[in-house]
Design a protein around this ligand. Sequence first.
Ligand SMILES: Nc1ncnc2c1ncn2[C@@H]1O[C@H](COP(=O)(O)OP(=O)(O)O)[C@@H](O)[C@H]1O
Ligand SMILES: [Mg+2]
Length: 251
Amino acid sequence: MPAALVARELRRRFGPVEALAGLGFEVAAGELYGLVGPDGAGKTTALRALAGLVRLDAGEVRVLGQDPAGGGEVRERLGMMPQQYSLYGDLSVAENLAFFARLYALPRATFRERARRLLALTRLDRFRERRAEALSGGMYKKLALACALLHEPAVLLLDEPTTGVDPVSRRELWALLHEFVHGGMAVLVTTPYMDEAERCDRVGLVHRGRLLEEGAPRDLVDRYAAEGRPGRHGGAPDFEDLFVARVEGRA
Ligand SMILES: Nc1ncnc2c1ncn2[C@@H]1O[C@H](COP(=O)(O)OP(=O)(O)O)[C@@H](O)[C@H]1O
Ligand SMILES: [Mg+2]
């Protein structure tokens, strides 16, 4: 089966900055893939490229086999949650969902059913009348996620969904993502938090616009441990040890 998301040799320069320097990876349907890397690594640019929102200097992206910049039906099968997702602060939870449903031109009955399900899934149903600006950071992200899922995309791109979110809501967000993936969705998520790598099926370590390493998180850490290097606290190495070592190896 062809990959749901393909990024091949992506290159993009902003003046002196090489934001993407040959980045490439693939995400299958039913897979949760994490782009893990520090601020400035190129994560957002890669995500925007996959949504067809960045002009590339070189390389190509495919979403469900098509070019997302070509417009058409593939755009409708793509869901995207940017890091700064703009909800309407003075509209309630329910009203925000209704607003996005109109953008997607969902029939009323379809919207009602999906909104009900998404509100239950995100456990926002008790807060449906609360204004978005009065939600906690975690609840705001969950509402943004619900809005991004209203049109039931086959592919979901999420830019740092857990940044600035409390630990409990972080765990809930990851649990939600696992549910979607279980249902066959292809999910690409970025995170600057090394400890979130292990929540993904596969991760790509991004640094300066390219992948340093890629694989199942457990395999990557095991491989690193097999090199005989201790963790920074003297014990078994973890993902952060691995990442720091790989970055230093490139320095
Ligand atoms: N529109 C832009 N104009 C100029 N520089 C940009 C632009 N977008 C991204 N960059 C630069 O490209 C690099 C990668 O940025 P970004 O993709 O946002 O990284 P990340 O999301 O991993 O923090 C950074 O140095 C950033 O400042
Ligand atoms: Mg970013």
